[in-house]
Design a protein around this ligand. Structure first.
Ligand code: PLP
Length: 421
C-alpha cells in the first residue's frame, strides 16, 4: 500500500460522520455481511478497483445497469459527447424520441413510454396511472418483490429492505399502505373489482432470484382480465436483460403496463414506464394523471441508454446466457464436490445463488435460505480472493458481456476455495 493513500476504513469512518450509515443506499453498508465496505476508485469491464488499489471481478455491476461491463468505451464516449452539449435543458430532445422508439419497438405490446430518473419513480407512476385509469384503489404486490422505495410499494419488499431485517419501513403511514395487499409469490391471489393493479417482478430478483412457477404469470394475466384489473410487470431488472423484449418476450405474457430502469440507463439515472396507448393517454398533458420530472429524459442518460441498447443484440443475449450458465454450473459443481448445500436459480442471463438444497419459490423459503449464515462467510472469502458478489444474500449476480470464460473460471475457482474455508 502506498503511504498516505486513503483507506476503505478511513473513508467509511468519515462517511459515517456525515452520511447515515456511511452510504447513500442501505445495501452498500455491508450491514448484513459485516465488515467495512470497499470504496470504489474506478471500474473497467468486469473489474472494480477500490481506493486501496485492490481489484475485484465485479458481479454487482451497479445491481444490473452494467450489462456491458463498466466504462464501455462506446457508452463513455456517448456520455462525454452529450455532456459537452449541455447536461439538461428542460426541453425535449431527439434522443428521447430515439430511445422511446427503440423501447416500444423491442417490447411486444408496449406502444408508449415515458422516462423518469429512477425505477422507483417508474413504479410509483405506473401505480398512479393504473389507479387513475381504472378509478380503483387497491394494488396487489408480492412478498419479496421490490418496486423501489415509494410508500405504497415498500411493504414486504426484498433486497435492502430484507437485508436490514425490516418488514416494512417506519415513516410509512397506515393510510399510505391501506390499499396495498401483499400476497405470496407464485400463488395467484384473489383479484376483485376493487383492484386497480397487480404489480409483479416477472422473475423475482430482489429475494435472490426466484423464477415464476409455470402458469404463474399466465394466471395473473387471466385473473386481471377477469376482474378488469391491470397487470404491471416491474421489469427494472428483467427488462433488456433476459431478451430484447425482456420478460414479456421471454415468457410470452404481456402486461398492461411496464416499468424499466437499470440496464436502460447504461449506468446513468433512469427509469421508464410504458403501456398500451389507451392507458398512457391518461397521463398529463393528455389526461388527468399527473407525472413529471426536472431531469426526466436527461440528455446524458438517454445517450448512455442508447449506446447500451444498441449493443444488446440477440447474439449478446446468447453470450450473456452462456456466461451465466457457465458460472451457475461451475458453482454447483464445486459446491457438490465440497459437500456444501447450494442451488443456483437461473433464468437466461439472470442468476442467484442460495445455500440450501432446493431452489426457493417464494419469500418465506428464500428467507430461510438467505438467513442461514453461510452467505456472509462465502462473501468475505470471495472478496478476499478478489471476487465481489453483492454484500447481501437477497441480490442477484450480474455477469456482464465483459466477463469472459477466464473471469468465470477464476470466479468458480475462488468459489471452491471459499467453500473449503
Ligand atoms: C432496483 C429496482 C427498482 C428501483 O429502481 P431504482 O432505480 O433503484 O429506484 C424497482 N424495481 C425493481 C424490480 C428493482 O430491481
Amino acid at each position: 500500500m502506498i503511504v498516505g493513500m486513503v483507506t476503505n476504513r478511513e473513508l467509511f469512518e468519515r462517511a459515517q460522520r456525515v452520511i447515515p450509515g456511511g452510504v447513500n443506499s442501505p445495501v452498500r453498508s455491508f450491514g448484513s455481511v459485516g465488515g467495512t465496505p470497499y470504496f470504489v476508485a474506478r471500474a473497467e469491464g468486469p473489474y472494480v478497483w477500490d481506493v486501496e488499489g485492490r481489484r475485484y471481478i465485479d458481479y454487482v455491476q451497479s445491481y444490473g445497469p452494467g450489462i456491458l461491463g463498466h466504462a464501455h468505451p462506446a457508452v463513455t464516449e456517448a456520455v462525454v459527447e452529450a455532456a459537452a452539449n449541455g447536461a439538461s435543458y428542460g426541453a425535449p430532445t431527439e434522443r428521447e424520441v430515439l430511445l422511446a422508439e427503440m423501447l416500444c419497438d423491442r417490447v411486444p405490446g408496449m406502444a408508449w413510454s415515458r422516462l423518469t430518473s429512477s425505477g422507483t419513480e417508474a413504479a410509483m407512476a405506473a401505480v398512479r396511472l393504473a389507479r387513475g385509469a381504472t378509478g380503483r384503489n387497491k394494488v396487489i404486490k408480492f412478498a419479496g418483490c421490490y418496486h423501489g422505495h415509494s410508500d405504497a410499494l415498500l411493504a414486504a419488499g426484498g433486497s435492502g429492505v430484507a437485508n436490514q431485517g425490516l418488514a416494512d419501513s417506519a415513516g410509512v403511514t397506515p393510510g399510505a399502505v391501506a390499499d396495498t395487499v401483499v400476497a405470496p409469490y407464485n400463488q395467484i391471489p384473489a383479484v376483485d373489482d376493487g383492484v386497480a393493479a397487480v404489480v409483479v417482478e416477472p422473475v423475482a430478483a430482489n429475494m435472490g432470484v426466484v423464477a415464476p412457477a409455470p402458469g404463474f404469470l399466465e394466471g395473473l394475466r387471466a385473473a386481471c382480465d377477469q376482474a378488469g384489473a391491470l397487470l404491471v410487470f416491474d421489469e427494472v431488472i428483467t427488462g433488456f436483460r433476459l431478451a430484447p423484449g425482456g420478460a414479456t418476450e421471454w415468457f410470452g405474457v404481456a402486461p398492461d403496463l411496464w416499468c424499466f430502469g437499470k440496464v436502460v440507463g447504461g449506468g446513468l439515472p433512469i427509469g421508464v414506464f410504458g403501456g398500451r396507448a389507451d392507458l398512457m393517454e391518461n397521463l398529463a398533458p393528455l389526461g388527468g394523471v399527473y407525472q413529471a420530472g426536472t431531469l426526466s429524459g436527461n440528455p446524458l442518460a438517454t445517450a448512455a441508454g442508447l449506446a447500451t441498447l444498441e449493443r444488446l443484440t440477440p447474439d449478446a443475449y446468447r453470450t450473456l446466457a452462456d456466461t451465466a450458465t457457465r458460472l451457475g454450473d461451475g458453482m454447483i459443481a464445486v459446491a457438490e464436490a465440497a459437500g456444501t448445500a447450494c442451488t443456483v436459480a437461473r433464468v437466461g442471463a439472470l442468476l442467484g445463488v442460495f445455500f440450501c438444497d432446493q431452489v426457493p419459490c417464494d419469500f418465506d423459503q428464500a428467507k430461510v435460505a438467505a438467513e442461514n449464515g453461510v452467505y456472509p462467510r462465502v462473501f468475505h472469502a470471495l472478496l478476499e480472493a478478489g471476487v465481489a458478489f453483492a454484500p447481501g444474500p437477497y441480490e442477484a449476480l450480474f455477469p456482464s458481456l465483459a466477463h469472459t470464460d477466464e473471469h468465470i473460471d477464476s470466479t468458480v475457482e475462488a468459489f471452491a476455495a471459499a467453500l473449503e474455508k
